[in-house]
Design a binder for this molecule. Sequence first.
Ligand code: PGA
Length: 248
Amino acid sequence: MSGRKFCVGGNWKLNGDQKSITEICKTLSGASLDPNTEVVIGCPAIYLMFARNLLPCSIGVAGQNAYKVAKGAFTGEISPAMLKDIGAEWVILGHSERRAIFKESDELIAEKAEHALAEGLKVIACIGETLEEREAGKTNEVVARQMCAYAKKVRDWTNVVVAYEPVWAIGTGKTATPDQAQEVHAYLRQWLTENVSKEVAASLRIQYGGSVTAANAKELAKKPDIDGFLVGGASLKPEFIEIINARQ
Ligand code: PGA
């Protein structure tokens, strides 16, 4: 085995209210979860404290975004310092929805990652190609470009988990096959060996994301370079427990 601790993130996106979050947290609290899997819940910012208070300490909570400075005149933003202050240890950055809908650039995302790490948060750094890019044979080129932007700003990768999420698989029900995912994960390790270091390539955890369900998680989890998942839709359902336990 790789020695990398399996890590499963739930990304609730813009979903949930006090009632449904209470239910999900109750289900997670009562479930028997693989102690060898690290679990992180990406909760809407406004409910982070609420979820933090309902979840066991063994489950981390994450913001789904955070700005690149601690405070100031940035109406509508939240900062890593604020996330830490309310008990969140993680932040998800560079999700494809932030890139596509909110026009976040590779550079801005990398600056956010740099600042979040400096403030002591752990970062789930997302990358992934669109369908058009994949069909044009540009998958490796795109993920390398996105990794390169992070690598310009990240000095210490200890608190980083990369989430490889092909955009065409997100919310579409079209999961990458285990072989397709493994191929990109292996390429990312090769890229890290060549551009960062052998040590980081061996130790950095790389999650797969995109239509992960209880039905496909076990097969994906068998691949040597897949170290966990970032789960959207299925993280709102009881099947999330089975995904957390995919390695059991
Ligand atoms: P999905 O979303 O599991 O609903 O495809 C994954 C993600 O966006 O992180």
